[in-house]
Ligand binder design. Structure first.
Ligand SMILES: C[S@@+](CC[C@H](N)C(=O)[O-])C[C@H]1O[C@@H](n2cnc3c(N)ncnc32)[C@H](O)[C@@H]1O
Ligand code: SF4
Ligand code: SF4
Length: 430
């Protein structure tokens, strides 16, 4: 699959109705990085709540997928019952994300697959017992989950299996080996998750687990190269986008931010936005440099200080786009086509706003203040995703305008690659 086909295929998948339902606040592992560790109180979520969520979030005219999750869903005795309930309601796909321990039991497998479970995402963080068991702080975890994975492959070949890997300082250099290990077991779908700085992982293991991407670029690039193996499906999650030069189709869909700020942690972000930044998120400051939401939070605060940009009808405002397919419809499929379109626009307008200087100016940008008077979390998030989610290449550090530049909307980079941006001192100024 070429990069553009890959990108458009991913876009189609993200247009599904994906429903996440938690059925337990407990877990049988103790992962050192667990983002949910502080919220685990050992409860199983009440049946009426679980069933209501499964029912209410179903959208009849969509392709519907329910992801029954945990903390660890498989330890809830009603897990098979909820799978069957979702199938009765005509969900197209029932999936779980699991640490995999329970799947070592054949009896358990029979129950859940008979109930209708169709996709299992195993979390594996290593390719050896020593690496994986250390990270999940549970002896025999690797052997148990691996047994489950192989059993499913052998006796339930129709079940889709994929793997989540949380990337951290301990396993990052082994990442290509981890993926290759599971490819040998015929697993060809991976979600590579950058560690996020919440709870136990950050509080207790900051120095052991958190790393800088630039220091481990080789291992990451080696891993991204595996995404080019025919039949491979690789997704990435919460990485800083600069990690993907030449592999831009692997950059996560910007709309994914919605599930973090409007769903997962709404109670933290709503007061932040609605108080104009007065009430800071509890994770503010120390964790931000490790967090993929850095631009979302700090950009909001900086935008509040920005003066409104005055524009006229003689200015062309380059709007962000929600999907790469929208970018292609407007500006066609290659970077050269995009640049030709910009040249034509430039003939008819005085300035192009929201475009860096290396791409024919103006180096002037609209900000959140320009479109907004009444801030709600939903509104800011939407404007951020569509217009303000601008990024640059690592090479931009060499550019004369690096400090003042606000770069280009991420979906242009996802569509045409970072090579679109050409640091100024390297070429003759136009
Ligand atoms: C919280 S877990 C719940 C499901 C199940 N217990 C598991 O571990 O697969 C959901 C996903 O988040 C991942 N995860 C846990 N802690 C994380 C962190 N600090 N950063 C990024 N992903 C994390 C897990 O590996 C898993 O893929
Ligand atoms: S298995 Fe999942 S829920 Fe359990 S500790 Fe690990 S990441 Fe957290
Ligand atoms: S960038 Fe935002 S979400 Fe991330 S750690 Fe900082 S305040 Fe928290």
């Amino acid at each position: 699959m070429d990069n553009i086909t890959n990108l458009l295929a991913k876009e189609k998948t993200t247009k599904q109705n994906r429903v996440w339902v938690r059925i337990s606040a407990a877990c049988n592992n103790l992962c050192v990085f667990c983002l949910d560790s502080d919220a685990q109180d050992g409860r199983l979520i009440a049946q009426d709540i679980v069933e209501k969520e499964i029912r209410d979030w179903f959208k009849p005219w969509y392709e519907n997928r329910v992801i029954i999750s945990g903390w660890e869903a498989s330890i809830n005795p009603k897990f098979p019952q909820y799978i069957a309930y979702a199938k009765e309601l005509w969900y197209d796909r029932v999936q779980t994300v699991t640490n995999g321990n329970m799947f070592a039991s054949e009896k358990f497998c029979t129950k859940v697959f008979d109930a209708g479970l169709e996709e299992v995402t195993f979390s594996f963080h290593g390719h050896t017992s020593s690496l994986h068991d250390y990270l999940v702080s549970t002896p025999w975890a690797f052997k148990k989950s691996l047994r489950g994975l192989i059993y499913i492959k052998k006796y339930y070949p129709e079940v889709i299996i994929n793997i989540d890997i949380v990337v951290n300082k301990v396993n990052v250099d082994f990442l290509p080996d981890i993926v290759k290990f599971f490819m040998k077991l015929w697993v060809y779908e991976y979600d590579i998750l950058q560690i996020i700085p919440f709870w136990r992982g950050f509080k207790e293991h900051k120095n052991t687990l958190f790393y800088t991407i630039s220091e481990h670029k080789d291992a990451l690039t080696e891993t991204w190269k595996l995404s080019r193996v025919p039949g491979m499906y690789m997704w990435t999650n919460r990485f800083h986008v600069e990690a993907f030069e030449w592999f831009e189709d692997l950059i996560q869909d910007p709309r994914k931010i919605k599930s973090e700020v409007l769903w997962e942690s709404k109670e933290m972000f709503a007061p932040f936005i609605e108080s104009n930044g007065e009430v800071k998120p509890e994770c503010f400051w120390e964790r931000c440099e490790y967090c993929f939401l850095e631009q979302y939070c700090h950009g909001f605060l900086n935008n509040l200080k920005t003066r409104k940009l005055e524009t006229s009808s003689k200015d062309y405002i380059l709007e962000g786009e929600y999907f790469p397919s929208d970018v292609f419809i407007k500006y066609w499929k290659s970077a050269e086509d995009f640049k030709s379109s910009l040249k034509k626009i430039k003939e008819n307008y005085k300035k192009i706003i929201n475009l860096p200087k290396c791409l024919w100016w103006s180096g002037e940008y609209t900000s959140y203040n320009d479109s907004n008077t009444n801030q709600s979390l939903e509104e800011y998030t939407d404007v951020y995703i569509r217009d303000l989610y601008r990024k640059k290449s690592l090479r931009c550090w060499e550019c004369t305008y690096n400090d003042s530049c606000e770069w280009i909307h991420l979906n242009f980079i996802r569509s045409y690659g970072f090579s679109l941006l050409e640091p100024i001192q390297k070429k003759i100024e136009r």
